[in-house]
Design a protein around this ligand. Structure first.
Ligand SMILES: Nc1ncnc2c1ncn2[C@@H]1O[C@H](COP(=O)(O)OP(=O)(O)OP(=O)(O)O)[C@@H](O)[C@H]1O
Length: 305
C-alpha cells in the first residue's frame, strides 16, 4: 500500500505536484493518468525517495521510503528505459544490483526467466532493443521480490507483442496480491490494464475511481442522425418522446434509443434520413474532457497561419 498525504512539489514558482492525497491498494493494477507535464513522474520520484517533497508525505506500507531497511524488497520500479551500463551483460547488471542490495544470487536467474531474457543473459546490453531494455528494467524491478511495483509509461515505444506481454505481467503481479502502480497518458491503454484509476492534471487530483465506474459513467452511447427534413424528423421524434440535440453541423445526437428504433420510426412516417450511425463516446474523449482545463499547451484548433 502506498499512501500520499497532501504531497506537494514546487520548482520555484511552478507547482508540479499540488496537495495530492490518495492511496494505491494491493491486489490490483492502479493506473496513474494525466496529460504531459501533469506531474506523474515527479510524483513517482517522490514515492521512491528520489525527490524530496516541498510539503506533505508518502508512506510505503506505513513508513517513509528513507526508513525502509531494504527498499528493493518493498518497492521495485521501472522509471526510464536504458538506465544502465551498456558494456555489461544483463546477468552481470542484475548480479551487481542483487549483491549491493543483499539479494540472493538465485533471484537473478529467476527474474531473467520471468522476463524471458535467459537466452541473451550473457550478451552485452548495448545491443538490446527497446523491448529487451524494458524487460531488463522490469527484471531489475522484480529482483527484490517487492510487494509494490511501479512502472512509469512502460509501454512507450514497444511493439504490440511487447505491450501485450507487459499488460499480462502487470495483471499477474496484481493477482499475486501485489500493489501495481502504472503511469500512462493513454486512457485506452489503461482501460485494458487497470482496475483502479487515479487521474491528475497540473499536479492536482481530478479523479480517484474504479475503472468499472469510470467506464459506466463515461462510455455513453448515442446515435447520430441527419435528414434533409430536420423539422419533420424532430416532430416525429418528439411525438415518440425521443430527445435529439443539434450537433451544430446539421446533424443530431439522439440518446435513450437505438438506431433500429429510429430507422423504423423514420420509415413509418416517411422521413428521409441521410445518416443513421450508432456511436459510443470513447474513454479517451472522457479523459480529454476531464483534463481539458489542465492541459498546459493547447494546440490551436483549426486555425490557419
Ligand atoms: N527539475 C525540474 N525543474 C523544474 N521544473 C520541473 C522539473 N521537473 C519537472 N518539472 C515541471 O513539473 C511539471 C510536471 O512534470 P512531470 O515530468 O512530473 O510530468 P509528467 O506528468 O510525468 O509528464 P510527462 O508525461 O510529459 O512525462 C512540468 O511542468 C515540468 O516542466
Amino acid at each position: 500500500m502506498i499512501e500520499l498525504h497532501a504531497l506537494t512539489k514546487r520548482y520555484g514558482e511552478k507547482v508540479a505536484v499540488d496537495h495530492l492525497t490518495f492511496a494505491v491498494r494491493p491486489g490490483m493494477v492502479t493506473g496513474f493518468l494525466g496529460p504531459n507535464g501533469a506531474g506523474k513522474s515527479t510524483t513517482m520520484r517522490m514515492m521512491l525517495g528520489l525527490d524530496n517533497p516541498t510539503s506533505g508525505d508518502v508512506l510505503i506500507d506505513g513508513r517513509r521510503y528513507a526508513a525502509l531497511r531494504q527498499p528493493l524488497r518493498y518497492i521495485g520500479a521501472l522509471l526510464e528505459a536504458k538506465a544502465w551500463h551498456g558494456g555489461r551483460s544483463a546477468y552481470h547488471h542484475l548480479l551487481c544490483l542483487a549483491q549491493s542490495n543483499r539479494i540472493p544470487r538465485r533471484r537473478v536467474d529467476e527474474v531473467l526467466r520471468v522476463v524471458g531474457l535467459t537466452g541473451v543473459a550473457r550478451k552485452r546490453t548495448k545491443g538490446f532493443s527497446l523491448g529487451m531494455g524494458q524487460r531488463l528494467g522490469i527484471a531489475a524491478a522484480l529482483l527484490g521480490d517487492p510487494t509494490i511495483l511501479m512502472f512509469d509509461e512502460p509501454v512507450n515505444g514497444l511493439d504490440p507483442e511487447g505491450i501485450h506481454w507487459i499488460r499480462h505481467l502487470m495483471k499477474g503481479l496484481a493477482a499475486e496480491g501485489r500493489t501495481v502502480f502504472v503511469s500512462s497518458h493513454l486512457m485506452s491503454e489503461m482501460a485494458l490494464t487497470a482496475d483502479h484509476l487515479v487521474v491528475i492534471g497540473q499536479g492536482r487530483l481530478l479523479a480517484d475511481t474504479s475503472m468499472a465506474q469510470f467506464i459506466a459513467e463515461n462510455s455513453r452511447s448515442y446515435v447520430t442522425v441527419r435528414s434533409p427534413q430536420p423539422e419533420r424528423m424532430l416532430d416525429v421524434f418528439n411525438a415518440a418522446g425521443i430527445r435529439a440535440a443539434a450537433t451544430g453541423d446539421g446533424g443530431y445526437e439522439v440518446t435513450g434509443t437505438d438506431a433500429a428504433e429510429l430507422g423504423e420510426l423514420a420509415a413509418r412516417y416517411r422521413v428521409t434520413l441521410h445518416e443513421l450511425s450508432p456511436r459510443r463516446a470513447s474513454l479517451e474523449e472522457a479523459f480529454m474532457r476531464l483534463t481539458a482545463q489542465s492541459v498546459e499547451y493547447h494546440a490551436a484548433e483549426g486555425g490557419g497561419a
